[in-house]
Design a binder for this molecule. Sequence first.
Ligand SMILES: Nc1ncnc2c1ncn2[C@@H]1O[C@H](COP(=O)(O)OP(=O)(O)OP(=O)(O)O)[C@@H](O)[C@H]1O
Ligand SMILES: [Mg+2]
Length: 512
Amino acid sequence: MTTDTDVPALVEMRGITISFPGVLALDGVDFFLRPGEVHSLMGENGAGKSTLIKALTGVYAIDAGTITVAGARRSFESTADAQEAGISTVYQEVNLCANLSVGENVMLGHEPRSRGGIDWKAVHEQARGHLTSLGLELDTRSALASHSIAIQQLVAIARAMVLDAKVLILDEPTSSLDRGEVEQLFAVIRDLKEAGVAILFVSHFLDQVYEISDRITVLRNGKLVGEFPIDDLPRDALVTAMIGRELSDLAALSSVADREIPRDGAPVLRVSGLGRKGLLEPADLDVFPGEVVGIAGLLGSGRTELVRLLYGAERADSGTVEIAGESARIHSPRQAMAHGIALSSENRRAEGVVADLTVAENMILGVQAQRGWLRPVPKAERDAIVGEYMEALGVRPADPALPIGNLSGGNQQKVLLARWLATQPELLILDEPTRGIDVGAKADIQRKVAELSAQGLSVIFISSELEEVLRIAQRVVVMRDRRRIGELDSSDVDLDGLIDYIANADEGSVAR
Ligand SMILES: Nc1ncnc2c1ncn2[C@@H]1O[C@H](COP(=O)(O)OP(=O)(O)OP(=O)(O)O)[C@@H](O)[C@H]1O
Ligand SMILES: [Mg+2]
């Protein structure tokens, strides 16, 4: 491991200060990134991680401080400028050209030429070479948009290699990857690290941070808390450094998963044989009043497809749906809402944020849609709803009048989650509700879901974090290869048991 503090830093940021109207996003922060290290930047939602990255890469101008790269003082005007200097960034929202081919994206701006112009054959050959070195076998002529986010992120890394990046920045790249894809990404990161690339990593998944990092820098409220070698910072110390207090324990929540759910009456929702050719094999699902049903499985296993079909966001070609014992026809989200069903989608940021509106307006949109657009929500009621959810989910800054675009990624997620909680549905479907959310706020969200379900709300809870599924769901439905494999009582199975079941169980078998 090249984590010697003696190795001179490739990137030195000193005293970095950036303020936005009303917010001191960074306050005199120092950050050092060395060649051949994986350095994680940690902090709560809104701590300033993305802002520090944007300061380095020329997206934001700094108000004070200095940036030195490879010994020279720099101030980049744009990301292109930073790329030129060997600093490449891969964001969660992939910043490539979706309508171009994979090969074109990898080679963009560096296309090999022959006398007649761009040599397309060579473009694709070279692109293929870079992708293969990352362990990716892809048709380089296929459109980038036809691939999963995971693949697109790896393509973005291949592109960074073409640019001969000395610094690779990954800001929450793993939020939408499944376990296998994360392993693939980590293998690539390890190779790049061996080759001396300096890697800056941001993720809210603590397991991943501990697996891949050599060093951690912690920010809190725009201030530097400290820089630590990974071995000197056990998990609980990291969490305390991030949130400035100990994480109040989640023990109380375990009683939620163990709660007895009466299943003799009519279920709130009964789905029988719901499916669509090529999307999902016919599947069954029951949800009883006050029950939290988890859906577990790898990405692409059919979890999201199942809920989108029952919500009417996708057309089913088989199956029936009953709501509270009555047969229901749900062909659109509007009809689902009329039946008291709300869906908070996994693509919240892409599908849900209305950038021109304030935090409060974004939050109230769900309630407004439910009422119909001709009946504005009275101000007093609106303020009450906004106040309640700002508080319950800990939205920061706690100012509902801000444009939502001023909030950090995680805080935008919280607002969109609030939008659906506020509609007070009978059945709430949450697809990856804690993705991109920091450890403290994750606990707040889990607590809120537990509290609402104890009051009678029924919930379908999809999450790649199996620990949280087991903690709050009484029952877990397992999907694989776009099929429902089976169903477990969460009190009968532990984490390893669930992982094993997801990977290996035969259809219809019982958990061990
Ligand atoms: N363009 C902007 N305009 C105004 N305020 C902003 C802007 N971008 C960020 N902020 C504010 O700066 C602070 C730091 O935000 P930043 O996005 O860096 O947080 P983060 O640590 O990346 O959080 P997350 O984990 O949620 O992604 C927050 O208070 C945020 O509201
Ligand atoms: Mg961020």
